[in-house]
Write a protein that binds this ligand. Structure first.
Ligand code: SF4
Length: 205
């Protein structure tokens, strides 16, 4: 397979399919404070060094690929505990704080799917380390998260295949934090929707 989907792009899709399409179909990108801080954080942790501490080995900037799901990418940290079989524990670094939504967990789960395929193993847990609150959130790779992740992979791939940018999402708060809000112009779409809705109501009378 040569048209792999980048694991990091799944986060864009989960946040907003239109944002995913603007970045990965239309090749648009705009940096804001959030994306800049995230980039700087990853530059800091991407040392590529390996380290052994007791029974634990730490591998950084690990390359990942899954032929089955057609995804590839790089993970921040892989903790490997000696054993038979060894225990693999992916760790992703994020600039913000834990979220109710699965955006970050989807990315971690996609990493776990790659590790399972590459190492012929089972990954039951991983963690996301949040810079803003300086703590790890443990993530269980349960069936629900795996299904959500596979659905995100399929949804993102469909957009790439069709090459069509979806309409804006109906989440104003999410749009306010989006680096592409100026380019996307969600309010223009919303005004159009409102105008069309009023028109339909009037023509029905
Ligand atoms: S501004 Fe809103 S609708 Fe537009 S890409 Fe960003 S999150 Fe999606």
């Amino acid at each position: 397979m040569d048209d792999y989907l980048f694991i990091s792009a799944l986060q864009h899709y989960a946040y907003c399919p239109r944002q995913f399409a603007l970045i990965h179909v239309e090749q648009a990108w705009a940096e804001n404070r959030f994306t800049a801080e995230g980039r700087i954080l990853h530059e800091r942790v991407d040392s590529g060094e390996k380290e052994q501490r007791g029974a634990l080995r730490y591998e950084r900037s690990v390359q990942l690929v899954s032929e089955r799901y057609g995804v590839k990418g790089k993970m921040d940290l892989l903790e490997i505990e000696n054993g038979d079989p060894p225990r693999y524990f992916p760790v992703e670094y994020k600039r913000g704080k834990p979220k109710v939504e699965d955006w970050d967990r989807i990315q971690l789960c996609a990493q776990a799917l790659c590790i399972e395929e590459m190492k012929n193993t089972q990954v039951s847990e991983g963690a996301i380390w949040y810079w803003e609150v300086r703590r790890r959130e443990t993530v269980e790779m349960n069936e629900a998260l795996r299904r959500t992740t596979v659905a995100a992979i399929e949804g993102a791939r469909e957009i790439l295949t069709l090459g069509k940018t979806p309409s804006p999402i109906d989440k104003k708060q999410r749009c306010r934090a989006c680096s592409l809000v100026d380019l996307c112009q969600p309010e223009t779409f919303r005004q159009d929707w409102s105008a069309r809705y009023v028109e339909q109501l009037l023509t029905r009378q």
